[in-house]
Design a protein around this ligand. Sequence first.
Ligand code: MTE
Ligand code: MOS
Length: 758
Amino acid sequence: MVKPAHHESAEAHVTGEALYTDDLVSRFPHLLHAWPVLSPHAHALVTYLNVADALEEPGVVDTLLAADVPGEGNTGANRHDELLFPVEITYHSQPVAWVLGETLEAARLGAARVVVQFEVLPAIVTIQDAISAKSFHSGPLRIRRGDAAAAIDDAPHTLAGELSIGGQEHFYLETQCAIARYDETGGIHVESSTQHPAETQEIVARVLGIARNQVTVQCTRMGGAFGGKEVQANPYAAIAALGTWKTKRPVRVRLPRRLDMALTGKRHPFFARFRVGFDADGLLRGLDLELYSDGGWSIDLSEPVLWRALFHSDNAYLVPALDARGWVCHTHKTSQTAFRGFGGPQGMVVIEDILERIARTLRLDPHVVRERNFYSEGDVTHYGQPVKDAGRIERIWNRLKETSEFNLRRAEIARFNAAHPHCKRGLAITPAKFGISFTATFFNQAGALVLVYRDGSVQVNHGGTEMGQGLHTKIREIAAQGLGVTVDAVRVMPTRTDKVPNTSATAASAGTDLNGAAVLDACTQIRARLVPVAAEMLGCDPAAVRFAAGRVSGGSGDIDIASVLDAAYRKRIPLFAHGFYRTPEIHFDAKTATGKPFHYFAYGAAVSEVEIDGFTGAHRLLRADLLQDIGDSIVPLVDLGQIEGGFVQGAGWLTLEELVWDAQGRLATNGASTYKLPSWPEMPEVFNVAFLERATEPGVIFGSKAVGEPPLMLAISVREAIREAIAAFGCECGGPVELDSPATPERIFWAVGKARRR
Ligand code: MTE
Ligand code: MOS
């Protein structure tokens, strides 16, 4: 089998020839640029708004205000709670109006001349304030198993605690961007950097008050998305479309970094409160858990994100009795949204934090307490789903301990730590179990449209979007194998709503599972139509016909696929097909919080080693060993990149990246100068990544498994290694290491001080 060595756009990425939405600007000579008028308050009423001066600004062509909206001026995907032109400002920098200019500079200068007056209202900026004020979008969402309170009370040991977990900026390299124009047929065409073109189409149609068939949305590729463009591309596409509607000219919206950071949602910060009961061996008996997420000004995807946090508050462990409740806090901040892992990481950090506290309370090694609590075959999660392949958790764990020389290095580290009073190393291993599928069952569907030309070349359209994760590369491989042509013969076309309608977001790591299966369905249909034609040409039994790499063989014959296609065409056989896929056997009832929301689980584990400087709290990641279950890899190099990238992104979230909002609700960390991102020096000095062997996943395209999000959660091992190292500054009898996330040098420094005093 010929495998493409690398990402289908790798050369174009490197040479700069790959086109992103904003690169299309030069194609539209009469294009206008849009710039927002921002609110300087997090919570306020707009009492006066006058754009007359702005229209005097040279180069300013028009403005966009509530009265210009022909349809519904609301881009909230589910609850319709996102006014495009708000009367009540609900987060700092919220756009009040937009100005259209011949140049970006003109639009900016015009926006500065818009006169707005506000009546300032008190703002809720922290989760704690939201809890006190009972300011919630939603909640409690609840998953229960057994009588957790009784199980905790009856347990030999109990612990209670709290944990704050910070959010994360997506920092996709390409910021939010859309270009709208009237197309050749009088419809609205929007080029959008969106993970969900069908929803962007829906929102544009809603705002313009027109039918969806009047709107075409295309996404050629994104320069990263990470969940940040699952719904949050929509308002910018809507503004561009509205500008086009009003002026009849192409309109471009692109947020520069500072605005993108100030305006768009992030990973949800969480606050957790827990009470846990356990026995002398560290076995969990019962857990009572409250999760509060910071949803920001609108609901966005906060509910499903919180569900996923609740689903993953077991990680890889059997919690016999559990009462997990969650609230989405309504704060006057950006509207927090999907981010790689979608709440799963926060849920998993909490349970890993708890297991460490249990271990240190009992003076056991955290890795021992972890493995004692693993799920085994036959176990069921707290929401009632059997943990299929639970045995893989231990298989991965034991294999990784071996390949990473876990025990040997623990002994070495103990010696190192004994010899270094001001510098300590820590080694930790953590598992990860991540559920694959959208928890909203209806999203688990996908369509494709495959066109085969008579020369044997192929165009593949499918509903998924490319954001750098390599979906198109995998689709190309699937189509090539599905049709029996070479990879070079297959072109994956830009994602467009007029090729495949009503598609789901490319998210939940399910892009290949869903769209790949739909593409294969189409290819299989086309191939089945070709078989009798080929059998006749080859003079063989239809059952003997084989398609591979552009050749068709059977009996003793071997012919070019183009000749078969041409013959089929002459027999008036269609050489194109649409494919469809829906994930079988999944369901979830939110009322009882039970069901089988996931098609399967992706498993993995990681060992991380860190070194902490006790004087500064700075840490270095010395080595990371990852083992991920990806089934049979369709494109190994792409999967490797996903695992490495996901891990480093997770380590950034847990150790470096700190979002700071000031008391007025203004994001103080709104650029790369104040928001620390992982870069080359933060990469582990030794980085070993392996795929689990003999891991074919039945019932998934080509036996593969989703890989987009799961590896991010392997980075929890870095956080746990840091806690190990902090503990090493104290005495043997030291208790749990309390450490809020992210583990910045400052937090580590204070935690080291606390450990030393014990
Ligand atoms: N990888 C790159 N390079 N860029 C991205 O934006 N997004 C992640 C992951 N990997 C992302 C990425 C997220 S949040 C998801 S859900 C998946 O890719 C989506 O793509 P898939 O379903 O095709 O894996
Ligand atoms: Mo990914 S957070 O599901 O877009």
